[in-house]
Structures are given as C-alpha cells and as structure tokens.
Design a protein. Structure first.
Length: 210
C-alpha cells in the first residue's frame, strides 16, 4: 500500500486548484445527498435507457453527463427531453445547472474553469482521494484507472453505485453496469483493489460536502 501511495503521488502532480471557486460550488450535506441519489440513478437509467441528450460518448463524457443532469431542475421538460424512467428525488437547492455560481464553466482543467474536463483533468483537479478500499466509498463516488499501454486513452473513470459500477466503454462503445463481484472475477487490470497497479482508487467530487 505504501508503494502504491508513492506511485499515485508521482502520477498526480499538485495542480493550481482554485479553492475559492470550488467553495462557491460546494453543496451542503442535504444537497450532497440529493446529488448522489440523482447522479447514481441517472447513470443506472442510461444502462437500459440511454438518454438522447447524452452526446459526448466516452467514459468521462458519461460522468459529466450524469453530473450535469443530476444538478439540473427535474421538471416536466427535463423528463420529456431525457426520457428518464428511474426514481425521483428532491432537487439540489443551492443551484441548478447551468445556473451554477460559475455558469456552465464549473470544471477546473488546471488553468481555468471550463464546461468539460477529460478523465485526466477530472482526476487531477476536480476530485479528492478517498481510499483504495470500497468500505470508505459512497454511492456517487468515482473510481479511476491508469493504463499506460493505451496512450490515446490511458485514464478511465467509472461511477460507483454502492454495489457495482456504471461506465461508458469509450468511443464507439456502450454504457455498462458491472457488479463489484463480477468485476473481481474479471481481468486483473480492471479489478478495483490496491493489488492492481492500474487501479488508482475511489475519489469524491470536490463539490460534495461528504
């Protein structure tokens, strides 16, 4: 574990995080819970009911789609546009996307706030490390992998649901759900355990309070 932490720190140079702006975006405990509920539910709904409003079809694009949709006001127009069929929760109260304190540019890329960040910038600047152990993770946290043998898309991200993971397989791919148990039976390169050098751990969005 000690060696894993050293390697992870080398992979993640400390960026120029704009903490003041993250504080503007940060949700309180109740909003954080409601965000998590919508975030996971929207991700799961897309497995069998891919939304026509999901456009950027790769792993980070899927995370950002679910994130933005979770922050929106879920009115009748939203249900008609997305075709969402899952459970309904209270909306986030502090702000509703795209009307955040920073507008649509609420994701830091190391230099500025932008409307989108790829998996690399999502990992380095927009989340904080939780653990390599799923017992410390919560539904709505993210897991990351680093596969240097794939130079075009070395970073991968998935949404943790509490009992499994939802993710997009990448360009020309699809949205999948895999249980934790099945993930542990699969290819070692994708097992979410600290013995897998490609697994970077569980992370939490910085806009969340818990």
């Amino acid at each position: 574990m000690f060696l894993m932490v050293i390697c992870t720190n080398l992979l993640f140079p400390i960026g120029n995080n704009d903490l003041d702006n993250f504080e503007k975006l940060k949700l309180d405990l109740i909003d954080s819970l409601n965000f998590r509920l919508w975030f996971v539910a929207i991700a799961l709904d897309n497995v069998e009911n891919e939304h026509p409003t999901f456009i950027t079809k790769d792993c980070s694009g899927f995370v950002f789609y679910c994130l933005k949709e979770a922050l929106k006001k879920h009115d009748n127009d939203w249900f008609l546009e997305t075709g969402y069929k899952g459970p309904i929760f209270e909306d986030v109260r502090k702000y509703n996307y795209p009307n955040s304190p920073l507008g649509v540019n609420m994701f830091f890329d190391g230099e500025k706030y932008a409307s989108y960040a790829d998996a690399y910038n999502l990992l380095h600047y927009n989340v904080r490390f939780v653990s390599y152990d799923r017992n410390y993770a919560k539904p709505g946290d993210l897991i990351f992998y680093f596969h240097p043998e794939d130079p075009e898309y070395p970073y991968h991200v998935m949404i943790y649901t509490g009992n499994g993971f939802v993710y997009h397989t990448g360009p020309e791919g699809e949205i999948r759900y895999v249980s934790y148990e099945n993930m542990m039976l699969g290819d070692m390169a994708w097992r979410p355990i600290d013995l897998n050098p490609a697994f970077l751990g569980y992370y939490r969005l910085k806009i969340l309070s818990d």
